[in-house]
Design a binder for this molecule. Structure first.
Ligand code: TYM
Length: 334
């Protein structure tokens, strides 16, 4: 608890361009929850280097991501928005937690398996221990809640297991975090393969809508979205392409799938696709304008980066010192 409020932590990687999945599955919920909780939103650049990055591009993307958090509606005067690499406690905590994590647990992580297949020539140790860094992120801030998309649930589970194991040995030091997953939009699928999640790293750019896509590109991508030959707009698992379009539509408009099915009753897929494109654009256009404005204001952005990383560091160090003491590291003498 900080000032009587529960604590929220979440993060996003500055790898590739953000997709509509990142927005609807995570960022949108971050904004909705930001008044209720005391929030820490990190640009998790340390996670990004598990895959080879061009240093100057990573730096630019990290700054754009920070601007996107603000543009989406997170108020940096209330919520702590910061770069993970500016708070060294993340790496220190990760080392300690590594000693409380089993190889067998890490072996079960599906994202590690997926990523090692995709990057077969660079299966580095960081890719394997990635969930421990994520656990360190969350546990450092004693987070009560972690809003994420469905693909991160397994990482939340391992975080809880590590925290419980530690608490069993040393007393109740860590808050056990809960995942917060939105009812709609928690797993936005690829427009080209609705059985696969929409992803920043998809080789086919038509599968993903990027937050910085222009109006025409969004419309084109929605028009080309893979559906089926049934010709009925229903919200069914057997129609994953149509279901995904309904999910996107509902997530953008706040409507329910059953209302949407009624709204489009008797209409063709073309009408649905056009409506989805329009709704997406009505979110992306103002977002893009705000990102551009914020990015231009270097002084403002730099002050946020500096002040918030100090705030994050203060909280993170409090937990780190407590944990260092618990495991038996000698006290610091002043
Ligand atoms: P990342 O950067 O891949 O994704 C950021 C957030 O977006 C969600 N997301 C989606 N939601 C719905 N549909 C999709 N297609 C979709 N694609 C992505 C993700 O679930 C995530 O919430 N390991 C994390 C970053 C991280 C983190 C943390 C998150 C590092 N430390 C601590 C929470 C707490 C990741 O790579 O997310």
């Amino acid at each position: 608890m900080i000032n009587g409020k529960k604590i929220l932590f979440s993060g996003m990687q500055a790898t590739g361009s953000l997709t509509l999945g990142n927005y609807l599955g995570a960022l949108k919920n971050w904004v909705a929850l930001s008044d209720e909780y005391d929030c820490f939103y990190s640009v998790v650049d340390m996670h990004s280097i598990t895959i080879r990055q061009d240093p100057s591009i990573l730096r630019k993307r990290a700054r754009k991501l920070l601007s996107t958090y603000i543009a989406a509606g997170i108020d940096p005067a209330k919520s702590c928005i910061y770069y993970q690499s500016h708070v060294s406690a993340h790496a220190e905590m990760m080392w300690i937690l590594s000693c409380f994590t089993y190889i067998g647990e890490l072996n079960r992580m599906t994202q590690f398996k997926d990523k090692s297949e995709k990057h077969a020539n660079n299966i580095n140790a960081g890719l394997f221990t990635y969930p421990i860094l994520m656990a360190a992120d969350i546990l450092l801030y004693q987070a009560d809640v972690v809003p994420v998309g469905v693909d991160q649930i397994q990482h939340l589970e391992i975080t809880r297991n590590i925290a419980e194991r530690f608490n069993n040995l040393y007393g109740d030091v860590f808050t056990i975090p809960e995942a917060y997953v939105g009812k709609i939009g928690a797993k936005i699928m690829s427009l080209q393969d609705p059985l696969k999640k929409m992803s920043k790293s998809d080789e086919n750019p038509n599968g993903s809508i990027y937050l910085m896509d222009n109006v025409d590109t969004v419309i084109k991508k929605c028009k080309r979205a893979i559906t089926d030959s049934k010709g009925m707009i229903l919200y069914l698992d057997e129609q994953p392409g149509v279901k995904n379009l309904i999910d996107i539509y509902c997530s953008c408009t706040g409507k329910q799938p059953c209302e949407t099915v009624k709204e489009f009753e008797g209409k063709g897929y073309k009408v649905l696709k056009e409506a989805v494109g329009e709704e997406v654009n009505s979110i992306l256009q103002p977002l893009q304008r705000r990102v551009a404005e914020i990015e231009k204001d270097t002084v403002y952005l730099n002050s946020i980066i500096k002040n918030n990383s100090e705030k994050a560091e203060y909280f993170a160090n409090q937990t780190l010192r407590k944990i260092q003491k618990k495991v038996g590291f000698p006290e610091r003498l002043r």
